[in-house]
Design a protein around this ligand. Structure first.
Ligand code: NAD
Length: 359
């Protein structure tokens, strides 16, 4: 297969973790007979420096003409004093909108060898943890009508939570399709005891669920879901929820896995198009120091192979290579225990690529 990728290294540690990810993809290409065509484009702070804007039209055009987008991270101290709407991070919102990325997938996978990094009691996560939060990304309160008005109690501000049936239907389909490939369980999270928009959410999710009779659907209120996530996270497999609830719940789920340097994500559009990026930011405090953990980005590339290109075997090979490197005791500083010798970003990429060679 020939795959056309738009690559956005971005700022801070972005270029370092992307460099290692391309190293790993090239090895996958060699071993499995695929070619990757990379077009590197600018977004974020580096684009502001060159073009005076964080998301140049050329970047959008190249992303749209590609099969998938791979992104490092954007932002950094240098641009921190710019007004909100001119900051590098606005490139992310622009990309989501321009590319129609309505579904955000955040797996929370606790690698057994890193179980000590989990802040929960060992017995709660015994045997590992593997769940995925499917968050609606382009609707709800973050995009609803907002404004200021006068009320009896004085000046007030409002943000409207609104969902169209079709917005719920398409995100529910993503969740149920994913459940079919995993353990056939979906938990839909809402606040249907209070919110009208949640009652619509629950009705449409149930309708979609009827088309997937093999999948068990469970409805939970957000307050209960947040509590269950720390009480017994292993009960979850696929969680589907709205933009704002997903924002909070996916961070909570991530925290359970311990290190931000290990967490991949995918944002999907209709069809197979997607943008793949680590959950972490540009980590300006360690940029250029060969200290960044590239595993989150490498695991994001595995998601890309699985979800955009349907290459499950190749995705499995990347995940197995990451696990092997961890099992062999190699750690970047963020996941190294006290007294353990850590390895750098480039060495980590080399080891993962080499592990794929041997697979
Ligand atoms: P951050 O994720 O960049 O860093 C938080 C902490 O985690 C830092 O101590 C950092 O060194 C560490 N860290 C992050 N990724 C790591 C990795 N791969 N390996 C080892 N350690 C890692 O979050 P922040 O400090 O809040 O934000 C820094 C910049 O990144 C800001 O400008 C922010 O706006 C931006 N940001 C970008 C994205 C994105 O591009 N998707 C997401 C979040 C934050």
């Amino acid at each position: 297969m020939n795959m056309k990728l738009a690559v956005i290294p971005g700022d801070g540690i972005g270029p370092e973790v992307i460099r290692e990810t391309l190293k790993v993809l090239d090895e996958v290409g060699k071993q499995y007979g695929h070619t990757f065509e990379y077009t590197k484009v600018l977004a974020g702070g580096c684009a502001i420096d060159v073009h005076g804007q964080c998301l140049p039209q050329e970047t959008i055009d190249i992303c749209k003409a590609s099969d998938a987008v791979l992104l490092g991270a954007v932002g950094g101290w240098k641009w921190d004093n710019l007004p909100g709407n001119e900051r590098p991070e606005m490139a992310l919102l622009g990309l989501r909108k321009e590319l129609g990325l309505f579904a955000n997938l955040r797996p929370a996978l606790l690698f057994e060898v890193l179980a000590d990094a989990c802040p929960l009691k060992a017995e709660i996560v015994e045997g590992g943890l593997d769940l995925v939060v499917v968050r609606e990304l382009t609707g709800g309160i973050y995009f609803g009508e907002k404004g200021l008005k006068d009320t009896d109690l004085g000046p007030a501000a409002y943000d409207v939570e609104q969902y169209a049936e079709e917005e719920v239907r398409r995100i529910a389909e993503v969740a149920f399709d994913m459940a079919m490939k995993r353990s056939k369980k979906v938990a839909s999270v809402d606040k249907a005891n209070v919110l009208e928009s949640s009652r619509l959410w629950r009705r449409i999710v149930a309708e979609v669920g009827e088309r997937y009779p093999e999948v068990e659907l469970n409805n939970l209120y957000i307050d209960n879901a947040a509590m269950q996530m720390v009480r017994n996270p292993k009960q979850f497999d696929v969680i589907v929820t709205s933009n704002i609830f997903g924002d909070i719940l996916s961070d909570e789920a991530s925290m359970i896995t311990g290190s931000i340097g290990m967490l991949p994500s995918a944002s999907l559009a209709k069809g197979n198009f997607g943008m793949y990026e680590p959950v972490h930011g540009s980590a300006p405090d360690i940029a250029g120091a060969d200290m960044a953990n590239p595993m989150a980005t490498i695991l994001s590339a595995a998601m890309m192979l699985r979800y955009t290109f349907g290459l499950g075997k190749e995705a499995d090979a990347i995940e197995a290579a990451v696990k092997k490197v961890l099992a062999d005791g190699h750690r970047t500083p963020d996941i190294a225990e006290e007294g353990e010798t850590a390895i750098g970003t480039a060495k980590t990429g080399d080891l993962i690529a080499a592990a794929i060679k041997m697979a």
